[in-house]
Write a protein that binds this ligand. Structure first.
Ligand code: SF4
Length: 510
């Protein structure tokens, strides 16, 4: 097993990269939890390692021993390997743990906003870790402050803590969560239990597993593989799973909603070795590549992926058309984040430092480049220039999803919609701007077909503009910092409209 490093060099500040550097939609967060294992902290540490792709700004673990001892917590800015040393993990004693890796989608990237959050209430301590975005966060915060809550952070996730903390002794803590609207896959630790919660739309994944008689919960199943846990099942949209000394049970406190899983998890966010809803992510990406080849074939000599997320779609494209696959771009995995100021020269370097081209692989060839998205076009344009400079005869771009035209309000940090290239130009203009010989995007139906799932079970709002849950159009990730207690209440026409209350569905077998 890899040994966690000693904590001496834990960075305490690590600001979010300037938005100009982001040419991809950015990941969100990952959550992990363990109930009933003597090595709960170590398991969570490795679980967070597997989820590191979902957030690299901060990481944290909270553990609990018995119900009458205080929680132990350690959080820091940076990657999991930077935040935790062996000494930190040894201090995190207990058989229960929750953990979090963060990319900030609401609130600044700083230690104060790092999760999990812990509060003391009259009924004991509560800790929480959240993946997603609450669309009514500003409104709820105003209401909670009016009711006397004092917030410590500028993150929407803290709202869930205050909702839970305010429940009267006789009330149901979980019913309090009904006030939240939006995307939330979260894990909660109380004095005696671990709780997994998934919003009724099921925007973000959340899975349940078992290891040596203990239960584990993870944003993605790839974390189960790493710790040799057995996958049991997905936590269903709208389901709350409660694990305590009496066993495991489900409650359904939310009103029912139409399922709206984020399809971009399959395209880009999730790890290829994760399974979602019984479907392997890598297989879906290969299938997207096959669909792309059928929709936008081209005569070419090699198919080249933009690593890492374009690799499997490129394999599918290559297999479908019988064109050789070649890894002509080499990714540098060791650059971390860069924070220097933007000049044109530095922008160019920023693109090149991540991916280097093996010129010999493309010289004199007709090249198909497969990527998972074009957001601003900056990096795609530089890559085309690199390929031409290296002597590529033709450059054809193929994208394994439709054009991104709309913002995400459910936990993904896109650039402002007006900066999305597909909002500014026609496809022909984009192709010309990027300097490519041709450009093809996968269409919505083919993208869905590749998942082998029903179209109406997905959120595809950033492609179609069809939002499954009303949102606050003026939302931005710094709403909690900018608001100064004057958050706008949603106009009546934008009030969330969940489907009518329905009787709880039968809990799936655990
Ligand atoms: S808007 Fe796009 S990125 Fe956001 S949840 Fe929907 S499909 Fe995913």
């Amino acid at each position: 097993m890899q040994t966690p490093r000693e904590p001496s060099a834990v960075p305490r500040t690590n600001p979010a990269p300037p938005r100009f550097l982001k040419n991809h939609p950015t990941h969100e967060c990952g959550v992990f939890a363990v109930f009933g294992h003597p090595d709960a902290a170590i398991l969570t540490y490795y679980g967070l390692f597997a989820l590191q792709h979902r957030g690299q700004e901060s990481a944290g673990i909270v553990t609990a021993k018995q119900s009458d001892t205080p929680f132990a917590s350690h959080k820091g800015m940076g990657l999991v390997a930077q935040v935790f040393g062996m000494g930190d993990l040894e201090r995190l004693k207990g058989t229960r743990a929750i953990g979090h890796v963060r990319y900030s989608t609401t609130g600044s990237s700083n230690l104060k906003n790092a999760q999990p959050f812990v509060v003391d209430t009259s009924r004991g301590q509560i800790a929480i870790a959240h993946n997603g975005n609450l669309v009514n966060a500003a409104q709820l915060r105003v209401e909670l402050e009016a009711e006397g809550s004092i917030f410590q952070t500028t993150v929407d996730s803290e709202i869930a803590l205050h909702l839970l903390a305010k429940v009267p002794d006789a009330g149901s803590p979980l019913a309090a969560l009904r006030r939240m609207e939006g995307a939330f896959s979260m894990v909660i630790m109380g004095e005696n239990e671990i709780i997994g919660v998934r919003d009724p739309f099921g925007f973000r994944p959340l899975a349940l597993g078992r290891l040596d008689g203990a239960y584990v919960i993870s944003s993605e199943t790839c974390a189960f593989d790493l710790i040799h846990a057995e996958f049991i099942r997905e936590i269903e949209p709208g389901e709350v799973v409660i694990i305590d000394e009496h066993g495991i049970r489900s409650e359904w406190p939310f009103r029912r909603a139409k399922k709206a899983f984020c399809i971009f998890e399959y395209v880009y966010f999730a790890r290829p070795d994760s399974n979602i809803d019984g479907t392997n992510v890598k297989e879906v990406r290969v299938q997207m590549g096959r669909e792309l080849a059928r929709q936008h074939p081209v005569e070419a000599d090699i198919v080249v992926p933009v690593p890492d997320s374009g690799i499997y779609a490129a394999l599918g494209y290559s297999e479908e058309l019988g064109i050789p696959f070649d890894l002509a771009f080499v990714r540098n995995h060791y650059i971390g984040r860069t924070f220097i100021q933007p000049t044109q020269l530095i922008r160019d370097f920023n693109v090149r430092v991540k991916l280097n081209l093996i010129g010999e692989a493309v010289r004199g060839k007709r090249v198909v480049v497969i990527d998972d998205s074009i957001v601003r076009g900056t990096t795609a344009r530089t890559r085309v220039v690199n390929l031409r400079e290296a002597g590529a005869k033709e450059v054809h771009l193929r994208i394994s999803c439709p054009p991104h035209k709309h913002a995400c309000f459910y936990g993904i940090d896109f650039p402002d919609p007006e900066k999305l290239l597909a909002n500014q130009m026609t496809r022909e203009q984009i192709c010309e701007y990027l300097g490519a010989d041709s450009l093809g995007y996968l269409d919505v139906d083919a993208m869905v077909r590749a998942t082998r799932r029903e179209k109406n079970g997905f959120c595809m709002a950033c492609f179609t503009g069809d939002y499954p849950l009303p949102y606050d159009a003026a939302f931005d990730k710094y709403v909690m910092e900018n608001r100064r207690g004057k958050a706008r209440l949603l106009p009546a026409t934008q009030q969330p409209s969940l489907l009518p209350a329905a009787p709880p569905e039968a809990p799936p077998n655990v």
